[in-house]
Write a protein that binds this ligand. Sequence first.
Ligand code: AMP
Ligand code: GLY
Length: 430
Amino acid sequence: MKVLVIGSGGREHTLVWKLAQSPKVEQVYCAPGNGGTAALAQNVQIPISDFAALAQFAKDEEIDVTVVGPEDPLLGGIVDFFTARNLPIYGPSSQAAKIEGSKTFAKSLMKQYEIPTAAYESFLDLESALTYVQDKGAPIVIKADGLAQGKGVIVAMTQEEAEEAVRLIMEDNRFGQAGNRVVIEEFMRGEELTLLSFVDGETVRPMVPSQDHKAVFDGDRGPNTGGMGAYAPVPQVNQEYLQQIVETIVKPMASAMVKEEMPFQGVLYTGIMMTSEGPKVVEFNARMGDPETQVVLPLLETDLLEIILASLNGTLADLEIDWSSNSAVTVVMASGGYPDDYPTGFPIKGLAKWQEKKPAARVDDTFVFHAGTKVEDGHVLTSGGRVLAATAWGPSLKDAQQKAYEVVSQISFEKSHYRKDIADKAFKRV
Ligand code: AMP
Ligand code: GLY
């Protein structure tokens, strides 16, 4: 089969890597891809927003299935566009993707279906938002309603910060249109958890849980990023607690979307806060997480293509899905300065071992997924904020962590920055 992956980050390189291992897959394409996907797939220079060109490519190359990585094309309606042309594609419709694209929409659905989440109000005008903040006091959380590359959320610890945040979003339009409406939420205390699930209508097949590290510096200090590293599974969470998340949150949400006539098909990302009152939703996303994908897919033993095909055929509920008993850790190597401005174009040393085109079925216990790289004259150069995700897996989380940092120590580029405490949280508890 021929598969097309849409996107260019670490998540997409991981999808390409996993799909290339399928005995059913003959060729993987990635649009537009990056310096890493180039070794395993054929990169196709079509922007992710050009649905007509992507659909034409899928038609001409007789692509058997297209898999969408990022949220923007999903919200833009790529799945609807392909489906209308009878081109098989895996991901939610634009309507279902609103679960990520509008926080007000997601929150009101949760309220209506009694899915546990932080109490909130949604506002269109500055004065009422400010009055609400003054009434409620701090700590409090201010969120731009729309997509803001994971940066549209401000956790305000003081009243002043909260008012400033409301003004920043509604008056200064820091996040553009995304901030025309704000959601103001009760602050939830606890540790975070990501649970990705393959969802098809009412059918929910949870993956192994993972934990992201959003802050840029060790000890969760500094501004939030797209994610500086992750590990899976999460030993602080037992099977019973996971079951509680599935039964009280993920399944009710999947059913709610069916009832609202916008059934979800694809990977549903549930961001959880483990509060003293039990698990509560921080956010839903309409896609896999980045860098969570880099630690979850190496643990998947079932052929990912089989899961996708079962979902498209309506047989996801019957498929056996197996997970390895290993643990995985990924450490993101970022450009110095990220998430603010950063220079790029630096050559990366030490990658050769992971760049060889290997027989698809061969899987080692380390891999370097590329996030922001490009190849120029045969050299891999940095080209983004998050550059690489150095990943390892093994029989214990400690083992995976040690191996991931060994990988990091073999790679270098100018002004690189990475966190030295990825997965440490798991050891503090046990
Ligand atoms: P979101 O984009 O909604 O996932 O928010 C980004 C980050 O802000 C989350 O990963 C949390 O760390 C934090 N956050 C969001 N909502 C809340 C909340 N209600 N209480 C505490 N922290 C929150
Ligand atoms: N790692 C957070 C996300 O993918 O939204």
